[in-house]
Design a protein around this ligand. Sequence first.
Ligand code: MG
Length: 418
Amino acid sequence: MLRVADHFERSDTGRARRENEDSFYARSPMFAVADGMGGAQAGEVASQTAVQVLQQGLPERGGSVEERLRELVTEANARINALSRADEQHAGMGTTLTLAYVGEHELSVAHVGDSRLYRLREGMFERLTDDHTLVEELVRQGKLTPQEADHHPQRSIITRALGPEAAVEADSHTWPARDGDVYLICSDGLTSMISERQVGELLAAAPSLSDAGRKLVDAANAAGGRDNITVILFRLEDVGALGGGGPTQDTTEHDAVSAPASEEATVGGAAAEAATASGGRAATAVAAPPAEPAARPREPRAPRPPREEPGRRRRRRISPGVFLGLFLVVAILLSAYYASQTVYFVGTSDDGFVTVYRGLPYDGPAGLDLYNVNYLSSVPVSELPAGQRRLVTEHKLRSRDDAQDLVRQMETGALRRQ
Ligand code: MG
């Protein structure tokens, strides 16, 4: 009989984002990572709502473990979808969810999105889940190579998420598990920053799960930390037929603020932690830390509105500063226009003749000229004495009479004699 001998979890905001929209759940024997998306902190609400649903544990009745995991996913989706419909601020929010459950002899998972599950077994590091992403589907269709997918600009677009639609299909699997297996569940903030090979090597070389977890987060941040980074690690041991051995070694560590022990997660607020002991096993449920003011678009993901990014679907408001800036730009342009109607300068035409221009000697935005020809003389600039050429190249602002008098003198030669 298997049990969780050790586990470690950490969620880190990363170096580019100001808020952490990832949440996780770690209460042996169930572990999950949720990576939220949506503007105005909606991503946190989505991922924390998913974690909150997991607090109720695996449904006691029903079919197989996989079916009951999918039931949790369905319930989480329904709850997030209802919240997104009830509040315009949360419209379109969503989250990934990768949810693993340790059985007596096997590991089951249900997942939606691109948060991944990996297994390290006897030195072999292997991904167990398929991403629900545009690029991974293109790879499966043979339209992209895995190498191309790794660097594809749209690699973070996901094709399934909890929340955006009233119904969602979760993938689920069950694998035989073994003594010594180490499992990693992570958000894409880890795997988009460092390669799977690096992840596997760091994990295999680390002396403990806590050391491995810290090194993984540090490596993702060292590589840029462009997204929130969440890792959950757990190791299984076989305790024999009777099972239920001694207490689990709990190396849980996270960046969340601890809340009073409670079975209820705090959603949309401070991180919640529920630590209970059950059957000699440490139990910890944690939501990611509350967000600070947000930044970046996570790049848009499909089908929900795209992330990042940023692309994230944030409702945009015009701040007073932007308003003032726009006002100043308009005022400057209007001033320039009126000024251009009252001033003149002497310059050179395209074909080299002395010319009087009305307006300002500048090119406006978008290729617009701030001047036009007022008078085109027959005096080639090339024939002017060197001392007078400066008068047509300095573009000094003049009154109309002054500019026209100057050119007239050039035409008559009067200026030359002065
Ligand atoms: Mg992410």
